[in-house]
Design a protein around this ligand. Structure first.
Ligand SMILES: Cc1cc2nc3c(=O)[nH]c(=O)nc-3n(C[C@H](O)[C@H](O)[C@H](O)COP(=O)(O)O)c2cc1C
Length: 207
């Protein structure tokens, strides 16, 4: 057994344990709008949190001494678009993670095409297979580092053709998302999927 008292290890070591342990993580590529224009950045502390209404969260740590552009922009314009990062756009996503100075448009640097959103002001990225327009619900500031956990309500969904059927079932093979693992460059694809239907209570009770 390896055991660690969290109060006795540094935040850097706790970070390594967290990102190496909670895997694979989906990646949100988030566009926002600030006074100097649009911005895009990826976040893997990300997940869905509910469905009435549809709600998402992602968590943004500060860079030394100041909030990241995404948080600054959402405080200025409380709307954002969450895109799912597919294998096809992974390199461009990686460009969006470069720590450019405030006001630099990472969307252009990455070579992405944007289109106006339907219900929010930040633009959406056309090359992303899924774009979810969100209105800010709440930012929860947590921890000593600190992290800003952004909760949003999805107000509009965009999918590339062929991903969603008429019963709202999503073909995740056609999204082909990548997941974040640990380390500087660790990612995974969803190329080894399997199914395990939920067990009805009667079947469990019999055995
Ligand atoms: C795959 C990936 C996942 C990331 N996840 C997070 C995250 O969950 N939280 C975070 O604060 N930074 C995360 N980052 C780093 C940010 O993307 C990076 O700091 C970015 O420059 C922030 O941009 P901004 O200042 O334009 O908001 C991640 C980077 C990559 C490449």
């Amino acid at each position: 057994m390896a055991e660690f008292d969290a109060s006795k290890i540094s935040w850097q070591d706790q970070y390594k344990l967290m990102i190496g342990t909670v895997t694979p993580r989906p990646i949100a590529l988030v566009t926002t709008l600030g006074p100097d224009g649009p911005n895009a950045a990826p976040f893997s502390f990300f997940n869905a949190v509910g469905s009435d209404p549809a709600m998402l969260m992602f968590s943004v740590g500060d860079k030394t001494g100041s909030a990241k552009d995404t948080v600054r922009n959402i405080r200025a314009t409380p709307e954002f678009v969450v895109h799912i990062v597919s294998d096809a756009i992974k390199e461009q996503m990686n460009v969006c993670a470069v720590d450019y100075p405030y006001g630099v448009n990472e969307i252009e640097k990455a070579g992405f095409t944007t289109a106006p959103s339907c219900k929010v002001r930040p633009p959406r990225i056309v090359e992303a297979p899924v774009a979810m327009e969100c209105r800010l619900m709440q930012i929860v500031d947590l921890g000593r580092k600190p992290y800003h956990v952004v909760f949003g309500e999805v107000v509009y969904f965009h999918y590339h053709d062929g991903i969603v059927n008429d019963r709202f079932h999503v073909d995740i093979g056609r999204i082909n998302p990548i997941g974040r693992l640990a380390g500087k460059g660790g990612y995974t694809r969803i190329t080894d999927r399997f199914e395990m239907p939920r067990l009805p209570l009667e079947r469990v009770a019999e055995s």
